[in-house]
Write a protein that binds this ligand. Structure first.
Ligand SMILES: [Zn+2]
Length: 92
């Protein structure tokens, strides 16, 4: 009986798996574009993940809560006490 562990067995072709992966990725991409076209973002919504975290008063690097951290009056940046990242929070 031949098994996949038999060194004399013919190699398992990879192209069907690669082709199936490409087809699934293409279906995924088409689905994402279809959903994005049907649900456009409001013009004033955050466009990046960084802006979305800052809009929630969260540090985009470590997710530390920045709500009660005072901003530096000199440059307007809020320094995260957890990771040291400096962020300009959106106006509240
Ligand atoms: Zn941080």
């Amino acid at each position: 009986m031949k098994s996949h562990l038999d060194p004399m067995a013919p190699p398992i072709p990879l192209w069907p798996w690669l082709l199936m992966t490409l087809i699934l990725l293409a279906i995924n991409e088409v689905g994402h574009r279809w959903i994005a076209r049907r649900n456009p973002r409001p013009p004033d919504s955050p466009s990046t993940a960084q802006e979305e975290f800052l809009a929630l008063d969260r540090c985009p690097t470590c997710l530390h809560d920045l709500m009660h951290v005072a901003s530096d009056p000199a440059d307007g940046c809020t320094v995260c006490p957890e990771c040291g990242g400096a962020w300009r929070l959106p106006a509240r």
